[in-house]
Structure formats: C-alpha cells, structure tokens
Design a binder for this molecule. Structure first.
Ligand SMILES: C[S@@+](CC[C@H](N)C(=O)[O-])C[C@H]1O[C@@H](n2cnc3c(N)ncnc32)[C@H](O)[C@@H]1O
Length: 315
C-alpha cells in the first residue's frame, strides 16, 4: 500500500492534499458559529474573501489540469453555497438598514454606533501611507448598493482625474473633524458615484451636494440618494469650474483635477471665501497644491501628506 502511494505521480499526491486542505477550510468556515452572528460583519468579510480567493480561485486553478479530479466540481458548489449563506446575512442586514434610513431612522450617531459595533474603526486597514480600502468600504458599498463603475460617456480633459472612490474611513474622519451642522452646506467636487455626499449627510445631517462632470455617475448617485429618501442630498452634473458655490461652507476634493483646472476651481472657492469663511478638506495628490494657496490656512497635522485628510480654512 505504502509502495503504491509512493509510486503515484507527485502532482496527483499534491492535488489530493490540496483538495483535502480546501475541503477542511470550507468546513471550518461553515462550522464557525461566530460568522453567523449578524454583528460580526468584519469576520464575514474576511471569510468571504478567503472563500473567493483561497478556495474558489484555487479550485478553478485545479480545474485547469488535464485530468481534474471529479470531486472538484462538488467542492466548488459547496464553497459557493457557504459563501452565499454568509452573503445572505449581510443582504438581510443592509435591506433592514436601508428600510430604516428610508423611514428617517438609523442616521447620525445611531448609524455611527452600529457601524462601530459591526465593523470597528479603521479595521483591517494598513493604509497609513497608501489609499487602502477595508471592511468599512465593503459595508458602505453594501449599504449604498454601489455596483461596478460604469463606462464614462464623456471625454475628460487631460487635467481631469478618473473616478476612484475616497476610502470610507477618510469620509468618517472628515465628518468627525468638520463637525458639520445642519447650517452647513457640504460640497464634494468631482463626486463620482456619490458616496461622499451621501455618507456625509447620513452621518451629520448636513445638506450635501456633489458636483460631477460625468452624467452617468451623476445619474447613479441620484438614484442612490432617492432610494434612501435623502431629500437633502443633491447631485449637480456640471464641470466644477462652472458650478455655483454660493451656499457652500465646507468643501471636499479627492483630487478630482490637477494643474490649471484645479487652480481655476480654487480661485472660485477663493471668491466665495471673500463673502464668508469656508473650509476645504482634501485627499490625495491635490493636497500639496492646496496647501500652497496663500488665502488658506492649514488646520491639523498633515499639511502635505497625500494619503491623510488635509484640512484648510479660509483666512
Ligand atoms: C478621484 S474621483 C473622486 C470621486 C469622489 N469624490 C469619491 O471620492 O468617491 C474624481 C472625480 O472627479 C470627476 N471630475 C473630474 N474632473 C471634473 C470636473 N472638471 N468637474 C466635475 N467633476 C470632475 C471625475 O469624473 C471623478 O468622478
């Protein structure tokens, strides 16, 4: 018997071992009672990721072998059903939260507390010096039902930056630092699919507007806000150089443009600052450029750090 095993092709032995390992991994996840606790959102994010990348991807790799073992098919179905089961817990959670929000509940401190309990702050993020997304982003994407980014329909000018979402932990930090009230009017310049104004409004109650050049992004953001019944969130489909900021008190930019376009928009904000004090928060490579504006003063520690929230106030 031992001889027979030793004679088996090395790759077959290895394949059998890998199949055994995969089977044990799925069983361990399936039997982990903690993952079925609704509040253990971060645990589920990790488990779902593991199934996707360490189990299903591996099975699919093995299925490419010339003679793949037959049990791989049933193993893949098993893995997918465990994953679906975990995802169903999150779907039910988001459905309930969305219904609460639509009815005017679960916003502000209540929503923040729930997220603290379910996700934790900055969980899973090693992203001190890079963009980095974590389970908070997975939560926000699920809550807002943010899907894949659609293809742009309008050609961008070279200084206009393509869509990339602000990490959710930065939006939370912005809300915390800006201490927005209902008297403020918040603007996200280059608002993409709209999650910054929506999350800012959900957490702070302040009216929030997004200005976005790409019409399809703007449409998606409007649907998202309407589905949650957020009447104080508005999306304006315009080039940020031409929008009206006369109501704005707090502005945010995740590097939506560079060079001359950025300077032109900053000049518009400077014009607004002559009428009232405004604050500007930034993220990404636009921060060092903003920090050189003489009409702005820097608030906080990270003057030029491109992956920390930049905070400025007009003089
Ligand atoms: C880096 S993304 C930031 C998206 C969004 N603020 C967020 O964090 O989720 C930059 C966005 O700015 C938009 N954009 C670029 N140039 C613009 C302009 N001149 N006016 C308005 N939006 C612009 C892009 O279409 C893109 O959606």
């Amino acid at each position: 018997m031992a001889r027979c095993q030793a004679a088996a092709p090395r790759s077959m032995v290895q394949t059998t071992m890998v199949i055994y390992e995969i089977q044990s991994d799925i069983e361990a996840i399936e039997k982990d009672a903690a993952l079925y606790d609704e509040a253990n959102f971060s645990g589920r994010v990790e488990a779902i990721d593991y199934i996707e990348f360490n189990v299903i991807d591996r099975i699919e790799g093995l299925l490419q072998l010339t003679h793949p073992p037959a049990e791989l098919i049933s193993l893949e179905l098993y893995a997918k059903s465990v994953k679906r089961h975990l995802e169903a817990i999150d779907d039910a959670l988001f459905q309930r939260l969305r219904a609460d929000i639509r009815a005017g509940g679960c916003t502000g401190a209540a929503l923040r507390d729930l997220i603290d309990e379910y996700v934790g702050r900055g969980s899973g993020s090693s992203a001190e010096d890079e963009i980095g997304y974590d389970s908070l982003d997975v939560f926000i994407n699920g809550l807002l039902r943010i899907q894949a980014v659609p293809i742009e329909t309008k050609a961008r000018e070279p200084e206009m930056v393509y869509y990339q979402p602000t990490p959710a932990r930065i939006i939370f930090e912005l809300v915390e630092k800006a201490r927005l009230t209902r008297e403020d009017v918040f603007y996200d310049l280059g608002s993409g699919l709209g999650h910054v104004p929506i999350v800012v409004n959900l957490l702070s109650g302040a009216p929030a507007k997004g200005v976005e050049y790409e019409p399809v992004y703007c449409d998606i953001a409007r649907v998202c806000a309407a589905e949650l019944n957020l009447s104080h969130v508005e999306f304006i489909n315009l080039d940020a150089r031409t929008a009206d900021y006369s109501e704005g008190t707090v502005f945010f930019m995740y590097t939506p443009f560079e060079g001359g376009v950025l300077q032109e928009v900053l000049e518009k904000l400077r014009g607004e600052s002559r009428r009232r004090k405004i604050r500007l928060f930034t993220y990404g490579p636009c921060t060092p450029h903003v920090s050189r504006q003489r009409w702005l003063t820097h608030m906080g520690q990270h003057r030029d750090h491109i992956y920390k929230l930049g905070a400025f106030s007009s003089l």
